[in-house]
Design a protein around this ligand. Structure first.
Ligand code: ADP
Length: 206
């Protein structure tokens, strides 16, 4: 299965993507993790991305698309993947379509975690406090950067819901349920989409 997980910062996307990936036996591909890994590695990409990420802004489409294009064609992603944090703009979604189409593939499912915005700021600032106590704070988990991240989400990423809804592959799940309940709702959404795909395939075969 080729899955995209959408949701605002603080919606629990990363946690759920890791769980889903384990359950389904496919890799979780997080562009945030890839970009953060590029920073200490001292790569050119890392140098460009570092300051942009710290401000909470989006890294240029071209750069992220290049990373993803390479990653999703690696051997471990051959039978599927969960994209976490990508696409984040309509241009990225269109680029993803092109990459998949060129490889004769397509997305099976887009899952959106629905979370009340008022809950997000509190959640992230809490995560930041815990991470600081454990010595691995993220540079963009400050209140100022979070406000920019939410703004970017509203302006650039939220329109992806309509983009995928129009294609009939979007499912929304209530992200404010307990973690286990969100996980089971996501699995149920994927299963119902898989059943729909199977029916479509059966009805279009001669
Ligand atoms: P969040 O918890 O805010 O969703 P992520 O780990 O997904 O965090 O992303 C952290 C930062 O990495 C983003 O604020 C952005 O600067 C950069 N980033 C990650 N994915 C993308 C992307 N697809 N396009 C542009 N920038 C990205």
């Amino acid at each position: 299965m080729r899955i995209v997980l959408l949701g605002p910062p603080g919606s629990g996307k990363g946690t759920q993507a890791i769980r889903l990936a384990k359950q389904l036996g496919i890799p979780q591909l997080s562009t945030g993790d890839m970009l953060r890994a590029a920073v200490p590695a001292g790569t050119l990409i890392g140098a460009k991305a570092k300051e942009i990420m710290e401000r909470g802004e989006l890294v240029p489409d071209q750069l992220v698309v290049a990373i993803v294009a390479e990653r999703i064609l690696e051997a471990d992603a051959k039978y599927g993947f969960i994209l976490d944090g990508f696409p984040r703009t309509i241009a990225q979604a269109a680029a993803l379509d092109d990459i998949l189409r060129a490889a004769g593939l397509r997305l099976d499912s887009v899952l959106e975690l629905d979370v009340d915005e008022a809950a997000l700021l509190g959640r992230i600032l809490n995560r930041a406090k815990e991470a600081t106590a454990n010595g691995h704070a993220r540079a963009d988990d400050t209140e100022a950067a979070l406000r920019v991240r939410l703004e970017e989400y509203r302006g650039q990423t939220k329109p992806l819901s309509d983009y995928y809804r129009e294609r009939g592959i979007l499912k929304r799940v209530d992200g404010l349920q307990p973690i286990d309940k969100v996980a089971s709702s996501l699995l149920e959404a994927i299963a119902s989409q898989a059943r729909r795909c199977a029916r479509t395939a059966a009805s279009s075969s001669p």
